[in-house]
Design a protein around this ligand. Structure first.
Ligand code: F6R
Length: 278
């Protein structure tokens, strides 16, 4: 990884809507790809990144003849005991990922295997994290955030900031949300565990792009970046990140920050030279 001294840079950006915000976020990853020879792109799943990936794929289609190399590494995944490779439940992260970012052609992608024995998978993924960090000349991580509790990846309130890859017992709220979404409320059919990169793994990134849209994320965005640094709010760990942090918001998700901290917190996107900042 880039060992150059990384002073802390925090850039808050507010866009009129999710579409414009996603386009800007995609541009950060695209410019990182054009600038760095070996780019490690840490991916997240969920609703937030969907449009970011769409724009990113569009931008990547315009690159011709770049010598630069790109590797994707997914943050986390469910664990579905009994699931077989190729026969995964339809809510699987694998499906979600294949439908989005993995469409970028000719690139390597690492993802925690849902069907593996969890403890063996923790060991395998730790090795992948070490190897890809070593390979990368720059590591940029995309993050979403849990609406209420500020979780990042599957790092939940109370998890230590120095945690690395580990297995997580999903909380009842997540289990019920998945059951309602996919199985008519039947909680026996959904995964109860997940495997996740730890907060320490995330903080290794040279640059972090945190994106979050909609009213439901407004309060937690404020608590995470302007509140106390505490394991009660996992995303508050990002305040300790020694590197570059972009926080990409829409009007709604930025509303509490704007109200409590004032509009001057937000940079004008037109003034941001992404190439220079990375
Ligand atoms: C996804 C992940 C989660 C989500 C978070 C927000 O890999 O690790 O932490 O980023 O749950 O989800 P959305 O984007 O669906 O609101």
């Amino acid at each position: 990884m880039n060992q150059a001294a990384n002073n802390q840079t925090r850039i808050f950006l507010k866009f009129p809507n999710r579409d414009e915000a996603s386009k800007f976020a995609a541009e950060i990853f695209y410019i990182a790809y054009t600038k760095f020879e070996n780019l490690l792109f840490g991916t997240a799943t969920g609703q937030t990144p969907v449009k970011i990936y769409e724009y990113f794929i569009e931008m990547m289609e315009t690159v011709a003849g770049s010598e630069n190399d790109l590797t994707f590494r997914q943050l986390d995944n469910y664990i579905s005991p009994g699931a077989k490779k190729g026969e995964l439940p339809f809510y699987s992260y694998q499906t979600e990922l294949e439908n989005s970012v993995w469409k970028v052609p000719h690139l390597d992608a690492y993802v925690p295997y849902e069907w593996m024995n969890p403890e063996a998978e923790v060991g395998r993924y730790k090795t992948i994290i070490e190897a890809t960090n070593k390979w990368a000349s720059y590591f940029i991580q995309l993050l979403g955030i849990g609406d209420k509790d500020g979780h990042i990846a599957f790092n939940m309130p109370g998890d230590a900031f120095d945690s690395t890859v580990h297995v997580v017992d999903l909380n009842q709220e997540t289990i019920e949300a998945n059951a309602n979404k996919f199985f008519g409320g039947d909680t026996t059919k959904v995964p109860k565990k997940a495997i996740t990169s730890g907060i320490a793994d995330i903080l290794e990134a040279n640059a972090i792009v945190m994106a979050g849209f909609g009213k439901a994320k407004a309060d937690i965005m404020h608590r995470s970046f302007f509140g106390e640094v505490t394991t009660d709010v996992p995303a508050s760990a990002l305040q300790t990140h020694d590197g570059i942090l972009f926080v990409i918001l829409d009007e709604e998700s930025a509303s509490v920050i704007a109200e409590k901290e004032g509009e001057s917190v937000f940079a004008n996107p037109e003034d941001i030279d992404i190439w220079e900042i990375l």
